[in-house]
Design a binder for this molecule. Structure first.
Ligand SMILES: [Zn+2]
Ligand SMILES: [Zn+2]
Length: 174
């Protein structure tokens, strides 16, 4: 078995060289990566040059998303948010369709639903187009919700749908 840590040195799994541990980035969960920083940076540069178009469209999408989040106030709009005043953690912030017409919007932009009726991930150009719509919108169609509030809203919406359907069946029977 190969010893991975010898006198503060560590083997890189990519270039297979023994290097001082400082050359390895620290993981958020503790410990260090098994690939040295030099290899990681070379790999990401290589990827960037091989996929420039993709990298640029990723950047564009990130930029558009940031703009939409800023435009919509950068905090969860739910008055019942568990975070007092509304969650502001951008990692949990999601763009929500106030009138639940997100599925229609996706259809309009040409994305059919997946095999089980679930949402398929949107292509980059469509994602960018929808962010653009949100940026230009002045009618208040969009709001920000944190992931928590968004899940709760969806749950309530489905329960309401179910209640309505039961009511209709009852009305039809009587
Ligand atoms: Zn390396
Ligand atoms: Zn919230």
């Amino acid at each position: 078995m190969r010893v991975n840590l010898i006198h503060n040195q560590k083997w890189c799994c990519t270039c297979d060289k023994l290097k001082p541990v400082e050359n390895f980035g620290t993981r958020a969960i503790g410990g260090r990566y098994s690939e040295c920083k030099q290899c990681t940076s070379k790999r990401s540069k290589d990827w960037y040059y091989a996929n420039t178009e993709r990298a640029l469209s990723n950047n564009l999408i990130n930029l558009l998303r940031k703009k939409v989040v800023l435009k919509l106030g950068a905090r969860c709009a739910s008055p019942d948010c568990l975070v007092p005043g509304g969650c502001t953690d951008v990692r949990a912030i999601q763009i929500d369709h106030v009138h639940n017409d997100g599925a229609e919007e996706r259809k309009k932009y040409g994305d059919a639903l997946g095999p089980r009726g679930g949402q398929k991930p949107l292509s980059r150009s469509k994602t960018a187009a929808i962010y653009q719509l949100a940026l230009e919108d002045t009618s208040g169609r969009y709001q920000l919700l944190c992931a928590n509030c968004n899940v709760i809203k969806e749950h309530e919406r489905r329960r309401e749908q179910y209640r309505q359907r039961r009511q209709e069946t009852a009305n039809a029977a009587s």
